[in-house]
Design a protein around this ligand. Sequence first.
Ligand code: 6R9
Length: 572
Amino acid sequence: MKLEALPVIQGEHNLKNYEEEYKSFDWSKAKQQFSWYESGKMNMAHEAIDRHAESDKKNKVALYYRDDKRNEKYTFKEMKELSNKAGNVLKTIGDVEKGDRVFIFMPRSPELYFSVLGAIKLGAIVGPLFEAFMEGAVTDRLADSEAKVLITTPELLDRVPADKLPHLKQILVVGENIEENDLIADFNKQMKDASKHLDVEWVEPTDGLILHYTSGSTGKPKGVLHVHNAMIQHYQTAKWVLDFKDEDVYWCTADPGWVTGTSYGIFGPWLTGTSNLIVGGRFNPESWYQMIEEYGVTVWYSAPTAFRMLMGAGDEVVKKFDLSSLRHVLSVGEPLNPEVVKWGVKVFNKRIHDTWWMTETGAQLICNYPCMEIKPGSMGKPIPGVVAAIVDDQGNELPPNRMGNLAIKKGWPSMMHTIWNNEQKYDSYFMPGDWYVSGDSAYMDEEGYFWFQGRVDDVIMTSGERVGPFEVESKLLEHPAVAEAGVIGKPDPVRGEIIKAFIALMDGHEPSDELIEEIRQFVKKGLAAHAAPREIEFREKLPKTRSGKIMRRVLKAWELDLPTGDLSTMED
Ligand code: 6R9
């Protein structure tokens, strides 16, 4: 899979010399950039919105909102007023106080953003939920967090069994003709009457900000709690990694139900005073390119699945649009196959910058920066202020090129504060030596680049060889007939495990025995004989999370006839 490293982009970047900055940086310096360092008055929403609304950025567009029905824009000053109003609605109607959980269960809309910011201004903890969640998933999360107020839409209200949720005191519904009663209030009507003045609640760095439920490989989803202190890293990475400049128009394609849609769909861009484009509705290659052209998007943060789907739609589509505004393209969420990076260079004339982090880490940790060479397939190098290593199961650091646990030294500002109601689970993330253990396996090369291999529990052992499913999937994707691939280890009495691949084909290709053989040979020749799948099964679609990760555990459950476990994060 060796490709030539892609050279540095010439230009003025916020992070000019990675190696130098890595040596000299420490987080206490970063803190001093914030006004609260002196005043002690901290609140994420104040830093992200009000601060700009009170500066010469007040008339700058903070939010461009676009979907099939709406096309709106709001300046920082308007965002301040509207989030103040939302805060007042939550306070007066919902009786929301500092520390209360306010959940938001709806598709993207401007109201979603006013509500998130309004709740944060009150010192409440926001819980964003994907609109695709069904009743069971919604109930689990509202019950575990003991949410007091929920904001939702008429379409989703049926999935909220309020009678089973004793802590839920108020539901605010965003829509038309809402009938109000003891439990339900009309969000828009209340907004109209609410004051646009609000006293922001000043909080401590370790006070709760946002609660993201995420599913592990086993058990119920867990609530990852983040605190206001995370803003230090959101701000810093927005500068270094997203490389924001004053005139940028930024588009993060992630929904706020996923951590990328909050850390980098809300906090990162607005802490740096950047114009933020939010696009609602479903994925469609043409309309995505259309957005870039129409808004002159300069910085674009998306995910490998989306890039692969765009790649699948063909290069002809790209040519219909003027994408020359793009300056910087980034990816997160799953491994970014070298094939996709090569395609990005071909069609956008841009290197796609991979970034690695997790819900639990709150912000980016290992990244590719505009100022450095990219090795396609590598996640890059740790951000300044962060120590990453590959450790064995006892927490001993391993030398370069050895596969092991990807671990981070405790102490970065955006690290989760706790797992809600589950301190034990929180403790289980750490190993001796103050290592946070990610659950990903990876190796580091001699030059300090990190290479993702798989989730620790997904790694395949076949005839004594360790095979990372990602590597096999990447190779499969290079085959012209393959649109999507998921690879698992299937227990085998002789070989321990054999490699089985599930494949969705590109339009115009049909399953056949010849094709199976052709694909097997392709991997054998391109990767290694032991890495070629012994079994291949074609499927229309592969199971994926809403954030685009192929759910190998579901493939495994299909294969072994096991229960599939929690499917609440699965795309419909
Ligand atoms: C932000 C986010 C975390 C898991 C993580 C890893 C996978 C994320 C990746 C990546 C390879 C990358 N992951 N970024 N794998 N390369 N650049 O995705 O959070 O939804 O919690 O997922 O996603 O397996 O452990 P989350």
